[in-house]
Design a protein around this ligand. Structure first.
Ligand code: LLP
Length: 382
C-alpha cells in the first residue's frame, strides 16, 4: 500500500496522505448525507491541508472553522462563506469582524455576552450576522474525558437552564438573525447511542423553544463520528450510512428545516499516516526500544490522550517478531507512541508507519525542542 521505494528519497518524519482513499471517504460521507438532504461542514481543525480542503470544497462540502485563520483558509481554498460555520468559545473581535465581512453562514455562539459582542460589531458595520445558539445538551459521549464537550461541567455552549432566557434576548438584538441551534457532544464516538440521545435532546429542545415562539431554519448536530484506530485496513471508511440513518431515524425536523453536521476526524483520519524512521534499537534485559525520528511534536495524540495508533514496520523483511516500546526522541517520558508493540525484528533505517494519523496529527504538531514541523506528501504527487 505504501510506495516504500519513493519514501526512501523523502526525509523523515513526514505525513503521507492517500488521496484516493480520502476522495472515496469524502464521497461516501457526502452520498450518505445527500440521501436525506443533510449538509456536511468539514471541521478544518482535524486537518487544514490546502490540497485536501480544495478537494472538499470542490465536492460541495461546507466548512466548520474555529479561528479567523481557519475562516480565511477555508475561503482561500474555495469554500463558499455561506457554507461556513464559525464555532469556538473564545472568538476575538477581529475574528468576528472577518466573519461578518464575509457574511458567513453562522456564528455558533456560546454565551449571551458573545451574542452581544457579535450584535454590537455587526451594528457598527451596518450589517446583520446570522447566529446559531450552541447549546450544551448535557449528553455523555462516552469518549475520552479530554474530548467530551457536551456535559454541564464542560466550558462549551449555553447551558440548558439558560437557554430560554438567551433565546428571548437574541430576538431583541437588532443586528442578529437566529438561524440555527447547534450541538456537539464530543469526538471519537464509536457507538451510535450517544447520537440517539442527542437527537432526543434536540427534539425536546425544539419543542421547548417553540413554546416561547423561537423557531430556526437549521439544526446543526456537530461532529464526533469515530474511526477504527485498531483496524485501519478493514474499516478504512467509517460507518457513514449508519450514522446518517440514525440521525434520520431519531431527529424530528420541522418542515423546511435543514440538518447540518460538522464531521472532521471521520473524513480524514484513515487516509493519513505518519512515516518515521528507526534511528536506534535498544535491546535491554527487560525491554526492547525502537527509537524513531518522529516524536510527540509530530503526533501528540498518544502522549496527550493515551490514544492508540497502529504501528507498522513497512520495510519489507521476513525476520521473526519482537516486542518493542516505540518511542520518540523528545526529552519527555511521555514521548512514547506505544508500548509492547509486536513488530518484525526492527533495524536502524527501517521505515515505520503510524496509522490513522490524518486527523488531529499534522495540525497539532509543535516546534518543541526547536524541531521542524513535519511536511506533508500526497499519494498522487510522490
Ligand atoms: N464541531 C465542533 C464544535 C467541535 O468541537 C469538533 C471537534 C468537531 C465539530 C469535529 O469533531 P470530529 O468529527 O473531528 O470528532 N484533538 C482531539 C479531538 C478534538 C476535537 C475537538 N472538537 C483528538 O486528537 O482526538
Amino acid at each position: 500500500m505504501f510506495p516504500i521505494e519513493k519514501f526512501r528519497a523523502i526525509p523523515t518524519p513526514f505525513y503521507f496522505y492517500d488521496v484516493e482513499l480520502f476522495r472515496r471517504t469524502a464521497q461516501a460521507a457526502l452520498s450518505e448525507a445527500q440521501k436525506y438532504g443533510y449538509a456536511i461542514h468539514y471541521a478544518l481543525k482535524a486537518n487544514a491541508s490546502e490540497k485536501l480542503l480544495r478537494l472538499l470544497s470542490g465536492m460541495g462540502f461546507g466548512a466548520d472553522c474555529v479561528s479567523g485563520a481557519e475562516v480565511q483558509r477555508a475561503i482561500g481554498c474555495g469554500f463558499s462563506p455561506q457554507g461556513i460555520a464559525f464555532a469556538g468559545v473564545g472568538k476575538r473581535d477581529d475574528e468576528i469582524c472577518l466573519g461578518i465581512d464575509n457574511r458567513i453562514f453562522s456564528f455558533n455562539c456560546e454565551s449571551e455576552q458573545e451574542l452581544e459582542v457579535v450584535n454590537e460589531l455587526a451594528k457598527a458595520k451596518g450589517a446583520a450576522a446570522q447566529v446559531a445558539l450552541r447549546i450544551n445538551p448535557n449528553v455523555d459521549a462516552h469518549t475520552h474525558a479530554h474530548i467530551t464537550t457536551g456535559l454541564d461541567e464542560n466550558k462549551f455552549g449555553i447551558n440548558l437552564w439558560q437557554l430560554n432566557d438567551v433565546a428571548k434576548k437574541v430576538r431583541q438584538m437588532s443586528n442578529l438573525k437566529l438561524v440555527c441551534i447547534h450541538f456537539h457532544i464530543g469526538s471519537q464516538i464509536t457507538e451510535l447511542e450517544p447520537f440517539v440521545e442527542l437527537c432526543a435532546k434536540v427534539n425536546e429542545l425544539q419543542e421547548q423553544l417553540e413554546r416561547i415562539g423561537v423557531t430556526v431554519e437549521h439544526v446543526n448536530v456537530g461532529g464526533g463520528l469515530g474511526v477504527d484506530y485498531e483496524h485501519p485496513e478493514e474499516h478504512s471508511i467509517p460507518q457513514f450510512a449508519a450514522y446518517f440513518a440514525t440521525l434520520n431515524r431519531h431527529i424530528k425536523l420541522r418542515k423546511g428545516q435543514t440538518l447540518h453536521c460538522e464531521l472532521g476526524r471521520s473524513i480524514v483520519a484513515q487516509c493519513g499516516s505518519l512515516i518515521t524512521k528507526c534511528l536506534y534499537v535498544k535491546e535491554l534485559q527487560k525491554k526492547n526500544f525502537v527509537v524513531v525520528d518522529a516524536g510527540m511534536t509530530d503526533l501528540i495524540r498518544p502522549a496527550l490522550y493515551s490514544a492508540y495508533h497502529k504501528i507498522e514496520n513497512i520495510t519489507p523483511q521476513h525476520a521473526n517478531e519482537k516486542v518493542y516500546d516505540v518511542v520518540g526522541p523528545i526529552c519527555e517520558s511521555s514521548d512514547v507512541f506505544d508500548k509492547h508493540v509486536a513488530l518484525p525484528q526492527t533495524q536502524r533505517g527501517d521505515l515505520i508507519a503510524i496509522r490513522t494519523a490524518g486527523a488531529y496529527g499534522e495540525v497539532m504538531a509543535s516546534r518543541y525542542n526547536l524541531r521542524q514541523l513535519p511536511k506533508a506528501y500526497f499519494s498522487d504527487e510522490v
